[in-house]
Design a protein around this ligand. Structure first.
Ligand code: SAM
Length: 193
C-alpha cells in the first residue's frame, strides 16, 4: 500500500470527528486500507459505506475488514462514488462524520482505471451534501499518473470555490519531498459564525 504522509495526516484529522456509532464513507475502497482505518474508528456499532467501481477492490476491502473482525460495519456499493446521494440511506444524509477520497488507481491493479475529475467533483458535491454538522472530507490526490495533475487541479478549484461563510478548506503537501507531489485537501463545515 502507498502509506503517505498525506494519508496518515488525513486519517489523524478524520479521527477527531469519528467515534463509536458514527457513519463514515470510503469513496474509493481500493485495497481497503482506508476502510479498515475508518471501521476501527466507528466500531463497535458504526457504519462505513465503501464505494468502488471495481469488484476486485470491493472484494479486497471485504476480506480486509472480515479479517479484522469489522466486516459487520461495512456496506458495499458496487458503484461510482458520484452515486453517493442515491446510495446512502436517507437516514444517513446529514450524518456522515467523515468521507475519504483516496484518488487515482488501485495499487497492484489496473492502472488505467482511475478516478476522473467529472465524477470526483460530483461525488465531492454529494459528500458535502450528506456531511454531519461536525463532519469532514479528506481528499488525497496523486499527481504522478496520467490525468492525476489535472484531477488535483480540479479538486483544488472545487475547494477554493467553497463559500467561506460555510466551509473551511485546507491543503496539506510535503514541500521538500522529491518526485510527484501527493496533496491532501481537508474540508469541514464552519460551525462558528
Ligand atoms: N482507499 C484505497 C485503499 O485504502 O487501499 C485506495 C484507493 S485507490 C488509490 C483508488 C480507487 O478508486 C481504485 O480502486 C479505483 O477502482 C477507484 N475508483 C475509480 N473511479 C471510481 C469512482 N468513480 N467511484 C468509486 N471508486 C472509483
Amino acid at each position: 500500500m502507498r502509506t503517505t504522509a498525506a494519508l496518515t495526516f488525513a486519517h489523524k484529522l478524520l479521527a477527531r470527528t469519528l467515534g463509536p456509532g458514527r457513519v463514515a464513507v470510503d469513496a474509493t475502497a481500493g485495497n481497503g486500507n482506508d476502510a479498515l482505518a475508518l471501521a476501527g474508528l466507528v466500531a463497535p456499532d458504526g457504519v462505513v459505506h465503501c464505494f468502488d467501481i471495481q469488484a476486485e477492490a470491493l472484494e479486497k476491502t471485504r476480506k480486509r475488514l472480515e479479517a479484522a473482525g469489522l466486516g459487520h460495519l461495512a456496506r458495499y456499493h458496487a458503484a461510482g462514488h458520484e452515486a453517493m446521494l442515491s446510495r446512502l440511506p436517507r437516514a444517513h444524509h446529514g450524518r456522515v462524520a467523515a468521507a475519504v477520497f483516496n484518488l487515482g488507481f488501485l495499487p497492484g491493479g489496473d492502472e488505467a482505471v482511475i478516478t476522473r475529475p467529472k465524477t470526483t467533483l460530483a461525488a465531492l458535491d454529494a459528500a458535502s451534501a450528506v456531511l454531519a454538522p461536525d463532519g469532514g472530507i479528506a481528499v488525497v490526490c496523486y499527481t504522478g499518473h496520467p490525468g492525476g495533475a489535472d484531477e488535483t487541479e480540479a479538486v483544488a478549484a472545487w475547494c477554493v470555490n467553497l463559500p467561506f461563510h460555510a466551509w473551511r478548506a485546507a491543503r496539506y503537501e510535503l514541500v521538500n519531498k522529491p518526485g510527484c507531489p501527493i496533496i491532501a485537501f481537508f474540508v469541514e463545515r464552519r460551525s462558528e459564525t
